[in-house]
Design a protein around this ligand. Structure first.
Ligand SMILES: O=C(O)c1cc(=O)[nH]c(=O)n1[C@@H]1O[C@H](COP(=O)(O)O)[C@@H](O)[C@H]1O
Length: 271
């Protein structure tokens, strides 16, 4: 999907919400455990109830890999369901990959070609030749970790190297990489106060902002400091939406939570 198409969808739906499909069999309603494929059954119900309120879904691959072959098959079914029934939805494989060049090419093929995701999250730690293989794919985005939402972000990402914080170096340096127009960046919603500085370095790039909901990030603060002329934000919530209820009404309860965020986004967009 092109960035322009994504922006058009944001304006059409008055939403820049991304719903995280982080399926944990211990948290989904018990009656689904009796079905052939509880993970897919859960995702399908969530997607059917929420697709009009969001522009993106982000399955985190850990939650599928944890269940082995069945988990991976459920991931395949989920992306196939989205691409077939909702091709207007932007899809993010949250896999946080990145390796030497020929290995990164294989990761990119797995997520972009085999599974057909629009984007994949990638760790910048191994540098340019580990990221460029992802950037080579046309109309696909590479979402590079810049400043993450967790406490450990302060262990390395905010440390200065040659007088500049590492996350700023990631932003500055990656701008010169081949096909860098295909880059987006992850900035945690819990780090909203850093967004003004981040926008100085990458005014135009899209940001994937997880951490609203269960991690306590503030949507208004993120919008205030992180929004640009093209909106430039995809705000993710996973647990805060998908586990709103563990009863039979779980999909409707998720839709209600998603609608609360969508309405706040609509208000911001209409300002
Ligand atoms: O890349 C991510 O999506 C990500 C980066 C980050 O800095 N923090 C973060 O929470 N995430 C992911 O975003 C999701 C957040 O989930 P909730 O905290 O349940 O909304 C999880 O899939 C995390 O792995």
């Amino acid at each position: 999907m092109t960035t322009d198409y994504l922006i058009a969808q944001i304006h059409k739906k008055k939403s820049f919400l991304c719903i995280g499909l982080d399926v944990d069999l211990n948290k989904i309603p018990k009656h689904l455990l009796e079905t052939d494929d509880p993970i897919f059954a859960f995702n399908k119900a969530i997607i059917d109830a929420t697709h009009h309120l969001c522009v993106a879904y982000k399955p985190n691959t850990a939650f599928y890999e944890a269940y082995g072959l069945k988990g991976w098959q459920a991931l395949e079914k989920t992306i196939h369901y989205l691409n077939t029934n909702h091709p207007e939805i932007y899809t993010i494989a949250d896999a946080k990959r990145g390796d030497i060049g020929n290995t990164s090419t294989m990761y990119a093929k797995a997520f972009f070609e085999d599974l057909g995701f629009d984007s994949v999250t990638v760790a910048p730690y191994m540098g340019k030749d580990s990221v460029e293989p992802f950037l080579a794919f046309e109309n696909k985005h590479t979402i590079l970790l810049a400043l993450t939402s967790n406490a450990g972000a302060f262990d390395f990402q905010t440390k200065s190297v040659d007088g500049v914080e590492l996350y700023k170096q990631v932003l500055e340096t990656s701008k010169s990489w081949k096909n860098s127009e295909n880059l987006m960046y992850v900035v945690g919603a819990t780090k909203a106060e850093y967004l003004a500085d981040i926008r100085q370095i990458i005014p135009d790039s899209f940001l994937l902002v997880p951490g609203v909901g269960a991690q306590g990030g503030n949507l208004q603060e993120v919008c205030k400091y992180g929004m640009n002329d093209s909106v430039g934000l995809l705000i993710n919530s996973s647990r805060g939406i998908i586990y709103a209820s563990q009863q039979k009404d779980f999909a409707q309860a998720a839709a209600n939570k998603a609608a609360e965020l969508q309405q706040q986004m609509q208000a911001v967009l209409s300002k």
